[in-house]
Design a protein around this ligand. Sequence first.
Ligand code: 6PG
Length: 485
Amino acid sequence: MSAPTGDIGLIGLAVMGQNLILNMNDHGYTVVAYNRTVEKVDQFLAHEAKGTNIQGARSIEELCAKLKRPRKVMLLVKAGDAVDAFIAQLLPYLEAGDIIIDGGNSHFPDTIRRVKELESKGFLYVGAGVSGGEEGARYGPSIMPGGSPAAWPHLKSIFQDISAKTASGEPCCDWVGEGGSGHYVKMVHNGIEYGDMQILSEAYSLLKDVLGLSHEEMGNIFEEWNKGELDSFLVEITRDIVRFNDEDGTPLVAKILDKAGQKGTGKWTAISALDLGTPVTLIGEAVFARCLSALKQERVHASTILKSHAQAQFTGDKQQFVEDIRQAVYAAKLISYAQGFMELREAAKEQGWNLNYGGIALMWRGGCIIRSRFLGDITNAFRKNPGLQNLLLDSFFTDAIHRAIPSFRRVVSQAVLLGVPVPCFSSALSFYDGYRSAKLPANLLQAQRDYFGAHTYEIEGQEGKWVHTNWTGRGGRVASSTYNA
Ligand code: 6PG
């Protein structure tokens, strides 16, 4: 048998897999393609991959035999059991030092487990988040790889060659860190994606329902927004979506059922934030907003019973309010990204990952769904100060939020008065007001806990000394044991 020539193998010929293979081929790599339903391999070779250097494999054994060592096999299959099943099938045909890469949206605890298991057997394992949808996969995704560090030198050139590039030519792919950190970063990316989408939906609802603007007018507004500090993929597609007319000449988006779906990555981000005790409120609200939207029937029924008792209509300066909404979008995004990076920092602490926050912002700068000009500013902030405690404390962002806050308050209060739901806007503003408060009412909360459960409290200035008071004269003097979630 002739010497193997494959640079990398790829399992899973759905659209993302096919496009990644074609992208790698464009960059001069020899890819060996395999799919569980083998006919798909033949079809791919006969059509999309016709005339390329792409090779096909009709079995896992053949796939592995066609790869140069150390073998690199990338899985682009459904997250969950399918990943474990393919790993089990691959292992008999791999040797120590060979690398398996999972390019799907796997849950990070699974990746942590797989890295450990595979490393204990002498293999290398990488969980790589890939973002950018079909087009990104084909022409330049954002790739977030983490896992066995020894794998990175073997993957670096392929991944960085096929990834998106920033305007200054930097690849939107770099080594994230150990264990499940690559998939964790991708998960937070998706959580932020949920937040950005909900923020824009709230802006859309204010423009449409409060100001009564037409879809054409909104298209022009999103177009303007996309020229400034909100310049981003999601604003760009929102502009195109609101301008898109159905065959009858009316806006298609207005006909779409207002019931959001979700595959779970935003929920995982919120759950992890709760586990870490990090107040990632905006993403949490974005997930719940999707859940509330899904209660369509219930909402339709409730709408016939529950009244708003809100102000009837907006009476202010429309032009100014459009600008206020733009500023509110920017402020909410600032707070959401600050929260996202807070979550990354806490997870890194808990997991012992050494994360490069500027590098993460750079990976998100291009190729992925949340790509935006703004991520360039975040990269700069972390490059200037890698130990930055919170994004809002970087002078560029402190100035930016200070400029936006008056508008943000006007938008949230108008929405409240008019009875328009803005869960992400309002929770972001509350977070901002809480984060900048030296004093919060948690003193009362601590007293209440001690009153009914003898949970003890500390006196300001005497931290570390836990005190219990017999508030009623009836309770005992014994405090409950301390338990912190
Ligand atoms: C990406 C996206 C992608 C995500 C889908 C669906 O980065 O390319 O985040 O990975 O899975 O957009 O997400 P939901 O169905 O949960 O909205």
